[in-house]
Design a protein around this ligand. Structure first.
Ligand code: ADP
Ligand code: ASP
Ligand code: MG
Length: 417
């Protein structure tokens, strides 16, 4: 049995007209002799709407109830789409996460997939030509509904492809592939024919929301061929592949941005062993994912500690800090939720110096202030005022000539990152 997974995001199932385009893609796969697992997101805006509803009912919604409610978005999509398929005489039915079942851990709101009943899926594919599967959702070992985090339908799709040994996992969305940066922010962004799993992993983890990071991890681990492409055109998109010699040998391969950042500075904390643990341990226990961390050099036994957290975790973080303020000797706590992180990414950076200085010079030309810098061997991230996000992305994209193929070397010998 030849199996194909096709995943369609929120804008692809936004209304009847869009769903008819989805129908065309599914029909084409059927005509090519595939059985099709169609993984759908909620209709555009629905997940945000449901979350806002919960926040009106409760200031601290129970995460399990939140998941129970928010999974209804995908439930509507798969039921409506199955009706369309059946009206066309196609043998199809909808499947919710718990009906497969797709088991996850009990981390409501950010659950991880543990197991998919693939023999059951295979058996159902004997009976049906298309299974319309609700993305983003699963159930834990106590049969409570769970979700996989925002953008989680991508992960559902890749996991389904791995579980059923599908020939390909097609991720259909509102852009026609993976670009050097968000094409909706930078008109000079260039579509990539192929991208290595590792590079995509880095782009996704730095904020490129075209694929959820977990989906790329899955694809890499199980070697799933993923094809990112547009629901609304027929042009080929971008293939996720293992790194090989035929790929562009770029120093810098892309720019990503993440607006979901809030900055916190703890001023004048004691500079002594154990202070970082006192600050970050309770945050970890509360499930707050701390991103950039910078500690200033010591001045008379005191230092400033600056870090970023997701915007949604800012209030909780400030409460936790308030509880330990005296213990760490903080004289003041500053916060700024209007920041974003822009990252320059490239595997080629590993062996080259001078990339950071090119980025900094370009930002100086535009008078963009950098609030925090963090680097790894394959990325440089700058925290900037949120209102300069798009300008920063475009400036860096141009500075590294990313609109050109192949990219020019950007080396400035003798300078270090
Ligand atoms: P879907 O609802 O189909 O899952 P998403 O909104 O989650 O779609 O992801 C698609 C969006 O990702 C695009 O509209 C684009 O704005 C954004 N994006 C960010 N970075 C990139 C990139 N490097 N290449 C392509 N799209 C990107
Ligand atoms: N509907 C969910 C979201 O908006 C999951 C997804 O679309 O991938 O995050
Ligand atoms: Mg998405």
């Amino acid at each position: 049995m030849r199996i194909k997974v096709q995943k369609f995001g929120g804008t692809s199932v936004a209304d009847l007209q869009c769903m008819q385009q989805v129908l065309n893609k599914v029909r084409a796969a059927l005509d090519d002799g595939y059985k099709v697992l169609v993984v759908l997101s909620a209709m555009a805006g629905q997940t945000d709407y449901l979350l806002s509803l919960a926040n009106r009912w409760s200031s601290t919604p129970d995460p399990a109830e939140l998941d129970s409610m928010v999974t209804t978005g995908e439930q509507v999509s798969v039921a409506l789409f199955s009706m369309l398929l059946q009206d066309q005489g196609i043998k199809a039915r909808s499947l919710l996460g718990f009906q497969i079942p797709m088991r996850t851990d009990s981390n409501f709101g950010r659950a991880r997939i543990l197991d998919i009943d693939s023999p059951r899926l295979q058996a159902m594919l004997e009976q049906y030509d298309v299974l319309a599967i609700a993305g983003f959702q699963g159930c834990d070992c106590e049969d409570r509904l769970t979700t996989l985090g925002r953008g989680g339908s991508d992960t559902s799709a890749v996991a389904m492809a791995a579980a059923t040994n599908a020939e390909v996992c097609e991720i259909y969305t509102d852009v026609d592939g993976v670009y050097t940066t968000d094409p909706n922010v930078c008109s000079q962004a260039r579509k990539l024919d192929k991208i290595a799993y590792d590079e995509m992993l880095e782009m996704a983890s730095m904020g490129a929301k075209v694929l959820q990071i977990r989906s790329v991890e899955f694809a890499k681990k199980f070697n799933v061929p993923v094809h990112v492409r547009s629901t609304f055109t027929d042009v080929p998109g971008t293939l996720l592949v293992q790194e090989d010699n035929s790929m562009e040998s770029a120093l810098v391969s892309g720019i990503a941005y993440d607006k979901d950042q809030a900055l916190i500075t703890l001023a004048n904390v004691y500079d002594e062993p154990g202070i970082s643990a006192t600050i970050f341990e309770p945050l970890a226990i509360a499930g707050v994912v701390v991103d950039m961390i910078v500690q200033n050099p010591s001045r008379e036994g005191r230092t400033d500690m600056t870090f970023t957290v997701p915007k949604g975790d800012l209030e909780q973080t400030l409460q936790i800090i308030d509880n330990i303020k005296d213990q760490i000797g903080a004289k003041a706590v500053f916060h700024n939720p209007k920041v974003s992180k822009v990252s320059v990414i490239g595997m080629g950076m590993r062996n080259h110096s001078g990339i950071a200085s090119i980025a900094f010079k370009a930002l100086r030309m535009e008078n963009i202030n950098i609030m925090l810098i963090s680097t790894s061997e394959i990325k440089i991230s700058c925290l900037v005022d949120e209102k300069y996000t798009e300008l920063t992305v475009r400036t860096l994209h141009e500075a590294f000539g990313l609109d050109q193929k192949p990219q020019p070397a950007c080396e400035e010998p003798g300078q270090s990152q």
